[in-house]
Design a protein around this ligand. Structure first.
Ligand SMILES: [Zn+2]
Length: 362
């Protein structure tokens, strides 16, 4: 049995750290290319470009908005001609994934600079590539970023829904890692779990319970409070290491099923993962005090606890069944990382239980 964990080279987090690019000495006098989201092109880059130019030779390009092979190849062509030493992905998960693939194809160093804390993508090695129509066409791993650079002021100024969604993604971490660990399922990087990662997954869950509610209030008021700093770390670092080196299970498996229903398309990854976590509590017969704790957390931060809150009011069992089947039939799906016999009917029952308790709590 080989236990395995993978990590980014260096994780930097703090208020205003983008102003001097995290003080990364290696960047001095290097050629740097930034792939930047709209918001970064309109705000972060104009505010900082002259300061950055005193550190390194820097160019940037606006991200199209979708991580497709067309976009990867377009950016690759632009970056190829520039003899760059570093590529920075500045934006949300898709910008970061696109820049990650470009950097690795060019064989240069990669810095993830997330502008929201909505998912745990920034620390990871995994990339999701979409078709032009928006469905997933490729999922593969490259290597973790050389640096992760998280400016908490920028996160605090983004809409609070992103931070809350990130908490939904982070909420699944301990539950999925625990399931994989106890039943000896392989984690996402292909090994068995280390105690180090189980401690991080536990810290992730405890940090959410302790600081989630205060962090949401801070973000709604654009304040970089200590609670917000703790939640940014939970959403980005603890959740990122926890899922990749701790494993995925029903929360993400159910998320994949829910994505097959059009009603959920307006909802974020973490919001659907949160509901998948709730359904997973019933699937795995977790004890009621733990279920109560998770529901209280979701309600305190504003994560969904009913099907209606993820766009599925009035969804029929037949529709749920049709959404579950393609994922269920894929034997590689994380949905199958469970320690009992799983059936589509059992998943529907768990979704209905999760919804019923959400309604009962009002
Ligand atoms: Zn996730």
């Amino acid at each position: 049995m080989i236990r395995k964990a993978i990590f980014p080279g260096c994780y930097l987090q703090g208020k205003d750290i983008l102003r001097n690019l995290g003080g990364i000495e290696e960047l001095e006098k290097k050629r740097v290319f930034i792939l930047a989201t709209n918001m970064a092109v309109n705000r972060i880059i104009p505010e900082n470009l002259s300061a950055w130019k005193r550190i390194c030779d820097i160019n940037y390009e606006k991200f199209s908005g979708a991580c497709t092979w067309d976009e990867i190849n377009r950016v690759l062509k632009i970056a190829e001609g520039g003899a760059y030493d570093f590529i920075i992905g500045m934006g949300g998960g898709k910008t970061i994934d696109t820049a990650r693939v470009v950097a690795r194809q060019l064989g240069v160093k990669y810095i993830a600079a997330p502008t929201i804390a909505a998912t745990d993508a920034p620390t990871a090695s995994a990339c999701v590539v979409y078709s032009n129509e928006g469905s997933v066409v490729d999922y593969f791993t490259t290597s973790n970023p050389d640096y992760v650079l998280v400016d908490t002021r920028i996160i605090a100024e983004a809409p609070a829904r992103f931070l809350v969604s990130g908490m939904g993604d982070a909420l699944a971490t301990w539950f999925e890692a625990e399931t994989c660990d106890r039943s000896h399922f392989r984690n996402v990087c292909g090994g068995f779990n280390l105690r180090a990662i189980m401690s991080l997954a536990d810290a992730c869950y405890q940090t959410l319970l302790t600081y989630g509610s205060a962090a949401r209030i801070a973000c709604e008021n654009n304040l970089v409070s200590p609670a917000l700093e703790c939640i940014v770390e939970a959403n980005t670092l603890l959740s990122g290491l926890g899922f990749e080196s701790g494993g995925l299970s029903t929360a993400h498996g159910i998320h994949d099923c829910l994505c097959n229903l059009e009603g959920t398309h307006a909802y974020y990854h973490g919001e659907k993962v949160a509901f998948g976590t709730l359904a997973g509590l019933f699937l795995e017969a977790r004890p009621q005090p733990l279920i109560d704790e998770v529901y209280a957390f979701c309600r305190s931060v504003g994560l969904p606890t009913t099907l209606k809150q993820i766009g599925l009011e009035g969804v029929t069992n037949r529709e749920l069944d049709a959404a579950i089947h393609p994922v269920f039939e894929n034997k590689q799906s994380y949905l199958h990382n469970v320690r009992f016999e799983l059936t589509p009917e059992g998943i529907i029952e768990a979704l209905r239980m999760a919804d019923a308790l959400g309604h009962q709590l009002g």
